[in-house]
Design a protein around this ligand. Sequence first.
Ligand SMILES: Cc1cc2nc3c(=O)[nH]c(=O)nc-3n(C[C@H](O)[C@H](O)[C@H](O)COP(=O)(O)O)c2cc1C
Length: 369
Amino acid sequence: MTSADAENDQAAVLAPNSLFEPVRLGAIELSNRIVMAPMTRNRAHDHGLPSDLMVDHYAARAEAGLIVAEGTWPSVTGQAYCRQPGIETADQVAAWRKVTEAVHAKGGRIVLQIMHAGRIGSRHIKPEGVDTVAPSAIQAQGKVYTDAAGMQPFDVPRALSTEEVEEVIREHGRAALNAAEAGFDGVELHCTSGYLPIQFLCSGTNKRSDQYGGSVENRARFARDCLAAMSDAIGADRVGFRINPGNTFNDTSDEDSVASHVELMRRASQLGVAFLHIMRAADSAIDAFGLAREHFRGSLILNDGFDPESAAEAVEAGAAEAVSFARHFIANPDLVNRIRKGLPLAKFNRKTLYTPGPEGYTDYPTAAD
Ligand SMILES: Cc1cc2nc3c(=O)[nH]c(=O)nc-3n(C[C@H](O)[C@H](O)[C@H](O)COP(=O)(O)O)c2cc1C
């Protein structure tokens, strides 16, 4: 390499990249705009207790401007998957505190994704006597892996009474409070992928006749009220939500997905929540990012299918305040450093995504190793 090449190389390394500009999402200050998207990895202990492996996993990725930690149940009724963590009990709060302290010690920021799965559940996963609930008693087509009995169809859910819906909303407020007590910088409500908030929002899964069903205003009320309860608990400037208009995952169908999501974004804007984590459905013609810019007044995190170049372009163009990566963070704990230095990205092993133990979770090396 000649000295001119070395200089060019250095210039490439130091080229301004909008991903490395600090930004605020409400009250949360990010040192860069590279967000780690939430990923369920099934490494918690029994009773939804976060494990020390999770501490290591998140701490290793703390250079992200923000980590959105994996979908976590606000109450055990909302558990979807084996070895999925909760944020309901004092023990869970104490165990999560180890995660947030490790991330903060490295200068990182971390919010928790609150995920009530509703009808996406199985009695083979939850403790005995815990029901699977939903807006209406309509079973989701599909199966879920259970440690106890292998692949199982989703339960036929029990429809929540109006009083029970209100209690589930209060649970979301308590979950946000618990997350703050555990040291999280904020929370993100999971409003996509066929879980409870989207079961209420979509006409295919919501056949209710009370104030939580029927019109699009009524179907958006559950997610809106959860966001309000979370905002009351910890401040709207520490609350965000995640949507994916047009997404059909987990047997989701809606007569007008755009209208439903626009209504939700409008109501969330009125609450003043800090950020919207907006995904685009691969097989949909909906311009999700454009809709989000038009109808949501807070900050945007874009997601799905970005690489370092397209993410930088999106931020540069002002399409969003930040971009999130999920899969690239699996095998690249030092993803931020690799992007900064233009280093190649490693590929992850699909077989160890959801298996217990460190393999494929905490044993991916950094580029310098
Ligand atoms: C292993 C795995 C687990 C996931 N778990 C969650 C989750 O808990 N909550 C969620 O909102 N999205 C979840 N997702 C979706 C990702 O956050 C992200 O939206 C998706 O992978 C697309 O982003 P990417 O192209 O950067 O990977 C998961 C994805 C993967 C690969």
